[in-house]
Design a protein around this ligand. Structure first.
Ligand code: NAP
Length: 249
């Protein structure tokens, strides 16, 4: 990757996405800080570094996505790295405890609208942004797409009775399974091109997503995404990884 490479990180105004943006900027990339709210994006871009630019991007809003893609085309003419980081674990529930959120998400009772909201961001949002950015990624010499997934989306891990997180199975877990499926499908379709698509898991990281219950820092959580944003030509395509290696589907 050379210094003029352009990276877009969705949901980069806070949490793991902000850290991914900072780390990619440290590697010399020009980072586009995707944020639903442009002002919060601008504040985050200042933290990321002098070359970073904020871009308004709500992954559930096709007009916002199209405007972001058009702006990137006008400003840069291509995109080298797309990190699909934006994600939600549940609809906003500021007054609910972590345990209450988990209990309300059980599949025996969870409202379908709640399932749709989570899939809208974590699955359809990723697909919509990827479709809009693919023409720009095709203009890059070696496009990289990183989908920020979760081990909670691993069927193998969810089926393991020794896994302490297997009951944390609101709509978030199957949304990440669907994201993993999307990752493989797109990687297969793009085989033979210079674009590589992989899914990564940050691990259980202390962010607003889990009301800061995570046990890892954002610095640790960002590692795998950064690693796979920068993989070389002989790197993998269509895999699922954390920073230590491959994860089971
Ligand atoms: P976070 O701190 O809550 O950050 C989530 C980011 O996504 C925020 O910037 C948020 O923007 C953005 N976002 C939400 N809905 C959006 C939308 N419709 N359009 C654009 N941006 C949107 O959570 P995080 O832990 O850093 O999560 C980042 C990614 O890591 C997610 O995909 C998550 O599933 C994944 N992950 C996290 C963990 C963990 O333990 N934290 C573990 C595995 C995977 P606003 O500020 O506007 O809400």
């Amino acid at each position: 990757m050379n210094k003029s490479n352009i990276a877009l990180v969705t949901g980069a105004n806070k949490g793991i996405g902000l850290q991914i943006a900072k780390d990619l900027a440290k590697q010399g990339l020009t980072v586009l800080v995707g944020s639903r709210d442009l002002e919060r994006g601008k504040a985050a871009a200042k933290e990321v570094g002098p070359g970073a630019r904020a871009v308004q991007l709500d992954v559930t809003d096709l007009r916002s996505i199209a405007a972001a893609a058009e702006w990137i085309r006008q400003e840069f003419g291509r995109l080298d790295v797309l990190v699909n980081n934006a994600g939600i674990s549940h609809s906003p529930a500021p007054d609910a405890s972590f345990e209450e959120v988990l209990a309300a998400g059980r599949h025996s009772i969870v409202p379908l609208d709640e399932v749709r909201s989570v899939f809208e961001v974590n699955v359809f949002g990723v697909l919509a942004v990827t479709q809009a950015m693919l023409p720009l990624l095709r203009e890059a010499p070696a496009g990289r797409i990183v989908n920020v997934s979760s081990e909670l989306g691993s069927h193998t891990k969810q089926g393991d009775p020794d896994n302490p997180y297997r009951m944390a199975n609101g709509p978030y877990a199957p949304s990440k399974s669907a994201l993993n499926g999307l990752t493989v499908a797109l990687a297969n379709e793009l085989e033979g091109t210079t674009i590589k698509v992989n899914a990564v898991c940050p691990g259980f990281t202390a962010t607003e997503l889990n009301k800061f219950r995570g046990t890892r820092t954002v610095e640790q959580g960002a590692r795998a995404a950064v690693q796979f944003a920068l993989i070389a030509e002989d790197g993998p395509n269509g895999g699922f990884f954390n920073e230590s290696g491959p994860l089971p589907w």
